[in-house]
Ligand binder design. Sequence first.
Ligand SMILES: CC(=O)SCCNC(=O)CCNC(=O)[C@H](O)C(C)(C)COP(=O)(O)OP(=O)(O)OC[C@H]1O[C@@H](n2cnc3c(N)ncnc32)[C@H](O)[C@@H]1OP(=O)(O)O
Ligand SMILES: N[C@@H](CCO)C(=O)O
Length: 401
Amino acid sequence: MDVPFPPFATGLSAPAAPPRAPGEAPIPATGAWREGDEPGRRRFADLGAFELEAGGRLPAVRVAYETWGELSPDGSNAVLVLHALTGDSHVTGDAGPGHRTAGWWRELVGPGLPVDTDRYFVVAPNALGGCQGTTGPASTAPDGQPWGGRFPFVTTRDQVAVEVALARALGIDGWELVIGGSMGGLRALEWAVQGPEAGVEVRNVAAIATTAQVGGDQIAWSHPQLAAIRADAGFRDGDYYDAPDDAGPHRGLAIARQIAHATYRTSSELDTRFGRLPQGGENPFDGGRFAVQSYLDHHGDKLARRFDANSYVVLTQSMNSHDLGRDRGGVELALSGISTRTLVVAVDSDRLFPPEQSARLVRGIPHADPLRIITSDYGHDGFLVEGDQLAPIVGEFLAGT
Ligand SMILES: CC(=O)SCCNC(=O)CCNC(=O)[C@H](O)C(C)(C)COP(=O)(O)OP(=O)(O)OC[C@H]1O[C@@H](n2cnc3c(N)ncnc32)[C@H](O)[C@@H]1OP(=O)(O)O
Ligand SMILES: N[C@@H](CCO)C(=O)O
């Protein structure tokens, strides 16, 4: 006998309190950077039309990027830094006008640091499909409306094809280093294959907390995140940009971030840091929360204020698309064709991009240095939190060039 599916089986489409504390500012429909907002340090490159791997087309792609340092006369000192899922072009420097967060690799990139902006010309673009100035779902489509749910499927390869065009637009025909973590690492690896094919030399690659091929476990964790966003009544199939404050898909995005954030950390950290502690004066047995629930609420709500739900979907799908071996004879063959000197770094406690996946890169890439390991209680986020370990590793790698 068929049992009717209850309309609020998940509870997610039921009316929900907006994810903000009393007295906090309302949340606009999107946390995307929009034309007319304060640009901060961003500059923009208009790169024209792109045909996409999955069959879509973007008639006018704009990339937001930041640079530090000066390109040398022979062009030999350019470094490309690629951000993770919710990162942006603001690699180093403070938060401030135009930049909601401080630089996410400020221990690594800056004057006198391993990626020394007194020596290198550092370029950091916001990825295609993102929401911090580069063309993405919140951008205006040719009909004058936001792309919204119509934004086409974008793969890691498309993102790198756009970054190749950015290099050309900046007059860069080779990178001394392409470095990225997590989703940025996926693009760094794709650069090692696609860059030389496209005539842009890649002399060194650093792939941090990443993988040659996003696998079943990573796709599985992303699935409920995408479902949470799509199940939010405020998502409206991606066409929510005209929604009033607090009526956007914040709850779905916040839940997606909570699921993701737990995968970015470790069970031992959550157990030792929070354990069974109740949150403040709350009673978890009477409608209150455990401290760890409050912690996840905080991270979810914070992302809902600074990010765009559609970009979260588009970028998550782009990560799921990542398979260095697709149409290249498989992962091992693709890795064996990489001629670039490569640094691979894993976080020992990373349960999302586990060290075995980094070891596979080292085994497969002919000119890979031995695997370097960051020791951390923080899991995948160790690639951001453990800057004091990552910076010397990258410094040693660059010193060996
Ligand atoms: C390349 C890129 O990836 S760019 C994107 C990276 N940046 C982000 O993702 C921004 C979101 N932040 C994060 O993911 C992480 O905070 C990191 C990785 C950047 C840093 O991690 P940590 O320094 O270990 O911070 P942690 O995870 O402990 O979070 C601290 C926050 O939790 C809050 N918090 C801690 N305990 C609780 C609790 N019981 N209840 C509510 N909030 C709590 C803190 O007040 C603090 O808030 P704040 O960030 O608003 O100041
Ligand atoms: N904290 C990182 C984790 C994903 O690598 C981000 O939000 O991008």
